[in-house]
Design a protein. Structure first.
Lengths: 148, 114
């Protein structure tokens, strides 16, 4: 894959969530991932953006969401940062637990972890950074080289 | 494409044909309002046809759960019809597939309402 590094600074709005999803979908497709994997990546980014806008920045117009895409030979790495109080990892529920199964929220992080190869969450007092990694598995794996 | 719904009646069952995206914001709100309106009119046998739903996020999944619970709590039934592969897979990994009564044939789905 051709290397790429691109960064966006976005407002804390629902439009940002849609924009992040669409950008992720485009970059994942351009990177040669197949349709199902493109959907997984774009959905993971959407869920991370939802967390940043809603739970992190709480729609605060003074706070921004930073979205970075880095494509290397082996990985597509996406980083989403907010400027909120920092996600409390201990409070992330297990949505598959019987007591949580019928809850109407709490599935975002679970879906992100389901769809990406690596997920790193770094909360701090100045915000939460979530790094999402999708590996390139080669021609027989998830990626088909567009040039071939 | 944003979410759209249209409703029709078949043998006492209200079929809600959904199309577009059930996502945080407008899509989820439209689904919520549609179900609430049906319940307010006493239409408690609801079949959600998701055959034209192109995308659903965690908020949309939550809205389906909410609709299911709300209808059941009012003594009604809510079933799902014509899941796309994407929606089917999402309900599988969230372990909700067995919670919902999922159907792939409209006529038999209508008959399945008590």
């Amino acid at each position: 894959m051709t290397e790429l590094r691109v960064s966006y600074t976005l407002d804390s709005t629902l439009e940002t969530v849609d924009s992040a999803e669409q950008t992720a979908s485009r970059i994942a497709a351009e990177s040669g991932f197949d349709e199902d994997v493109v959907m997984q990546i774009s959905m993971a980014v959407r869920e991370a953006a939802v967390n940043a806008v809603l739970h992190g920045n709480a729609y605060d117009p003074d706070k921004k969401v930073k979205l970075d895409f880095e494509r290397t030979g082996n990985d597509l790495v996406i980083t989403i940062r907010d400027q909120g109080k920092g996600l409390d990892l201990a409070k992330i529920p297990d949505p598959l637990a019987p007591e949580n199964l019928m809850k109407t929220s709490g599935r975002g992080i679970f879906l992100i972890r389901s769809f990406m190869d690596e997920v790193q969450i770094h909360p701090s007092q100045t915000g939460t950074e979530i790094k999402l990694v999708k590996h390139v598995h080669g021609p027989s794996g998830d990626v088909k080289e567009a040039s071939q | 494409m944003s979410m759209k719904t249209s409703t029709r009646q078949v043998d006492g069952v209200t079929i809600v044909d959904c199309s577009g995206r059930i996502t945080l914001g407008e899509g989820s709100v439209i689904l919520r309002d549609t179900v609430r309106e049906l319940l307010s009119k006493g239409q408690k046998k609801i079949l959600l046809n998701l055959g034209e739903v192109t995308y659903i996020d965690s908020s949309g999944i939550g809205e389906l759960v909410s609709a299911f619970t709300t209808v059941r709590n009012q003594g009604g039934e809510l079933k799902l019809l014509n899941l796309t592969k994407k929606v089917h897979d999402l309900l599988q990994i969230t372990k909700l597939y067995t919670v919902f009564d999922v159907r792939d044939d409209e006529a038999s789905a209508v008959k399945a309402f008590s």
